[in-house]
Design a protein around this ligand. Structure first.
Ligand code: ATP
Ligand code: FE
Length: 335
């Protein structure tokens, strides 16, 4: 089975080809137009998708070394995401499926961030059902109990900002360019995580809150910069390490609670923030410390990519879960 997958939920145009559960190609065109605006501009994103989608799919097919005629089905991101961006991918997927006369498969982007763990890779163990997934991305923060490929339940989520936003907004306060998450990670590696203790929010149950932390950081920076205009520059490593440490503690507290409540000790992380080196190290340590088994995706499957859409497409293909051309894109989508 050859699955052609298309992902266009936000600002990256991506296409991939899978042969069963193996990735033959995984192509991403990143959009740099948004950097100078300090965030994603929806109109610019959909225009860039329109420009990128044909070449990106072409390259994905070429790299996979297959012809269009060999494609068994086309999988695309139905949502959640920016409507204009989603529509470019879905219209393209629909017309291509129609032209090639192959099935169309609509994929939930958040399921894909989780099921990316089932992409077949050398030396990569796949989780066994049931497992807990911590999805940490630019728009979401969710603890999900995954019972099977298509049976998953959100047992905790953020009540305000997503963890990726917490990273990006903190970075913005420090004057770092967008998206600042990877930069905080970079500076944090050279800093002392306990240099500046920030307090963790008190949120009941398995839910998260990150907006209070952002405000706390803002006041902390304003206060210190008032006393020393070079405060950020002089202490950037320690500041970033402290912010990252606090965010990781918030995540780990809830994961520990979820393990306690469910009795499940397999933890898989997914989404763009799972690229964070501090999170990866802290999570790995729990294997020794608590006897958990942890699953950390390959770097290219953490941030938005089409291979993860393809693996969901493959499993839906096996179960004949197809869609017709009337399927609608959704900015928000029922889990
Ligand atoms: P969603 O999947 O919720 O729709 P999205 O697709 O925009 O959101 P992703 O591409 O999965 O989000 O993740 C992007 C986020 O990951 C950004 O907020 C970015 O700052 C963050 N991020 C990427 N790498 C790192 C890193 N090394 N450390 C911290 N954050 C990171
Ligand atoms: Fe995403």
């Amino acid at each position: 089975v050859y699955i052609l997958a298309i992902e266009s939920s936000c600002d990256d145009t991506a296409a991939a080809v899978l042969q069963d559960n193996k990735v033959l190609s995984n192509v991403v065109a990143r959009q740099s137009v948004h950097e100078e605006y300090g965030g994603v501009v929806p109109e610019l994103a959909s225009r860039a998708h329109q420009q990128n989608i044909v070449p990106v799919i072409d390259v994905a097919l070429k790299k996979a070394n297959i012809e269009k005629a060999q494609v068994s089905a086309i999988a695309f991101t139905q949502g959640p995401g920016l409507m204009g961006s989603l529509l470019v991918g879905s219209s393209f997927a629909k017309s291509m499926a129609m032209a090639l006369n192959v099935p169309l498969i609509a994929v939930n982007h958040m399921h894909a961030h989780i099921l990316a763990h089932f992409i077949d890779e050398e030396n990569y163990d796949k989780p066994e059902f049931p497992f807990l997934a911590l999805t940490i991305s630019g728009g979401h923060t969710q603890v999900v109990c995954v019972d099977s490929f298509f049976d998953m339940t959100i047992i905790g989520e953020t009540t305000d900002d997503a963890v990726g936003e917490a990273f990006d907004k903190s970075a913005k306060i420090l004057g770092l360019p967008y998206p600042g998450g990877p930069l905080i990670d970079k500076y944090a590696q050279l800093g002392n995580p306990k240099a500046y203790p920030f307090t963790k929010p008190k949120v009941d149950g398995l839910n998260f809150s990150f907006s209070g932390l952002k405000t706390q950081i803002l006041y902390f920076i304003q206060k210190n910069v008032a006393q020393d205009p070079d405060f950020i520059e002089k202490n950037i490593n320690d500041i970033c390490a402290s912010i990252q440490y606090t965010i990781i503690q918030i995540l780990m507290d809830k994961i520990k609670m979820a393990v306690k409540e469910t009795g499940i000790k397999q933890i898989a992380i997914g989404g763009g923030v799972s690229a964070n080196s501090g999170i990866r190290t802290t999570l790995k340590e729990t294997e020794q410390k608590y006897g958990w088994k942890t699953f950390i995706p390959k770097f290219e499957y953490t941030t938005d990519n089409a291979a993860m859409i393809g693996i969901v497409g493959y499993h839906k293909f096996l179960e004949n879960q197809f869609n017709d051309a009337s399927v609608v894109s959704k900015a928000r989508i029922e889990f």
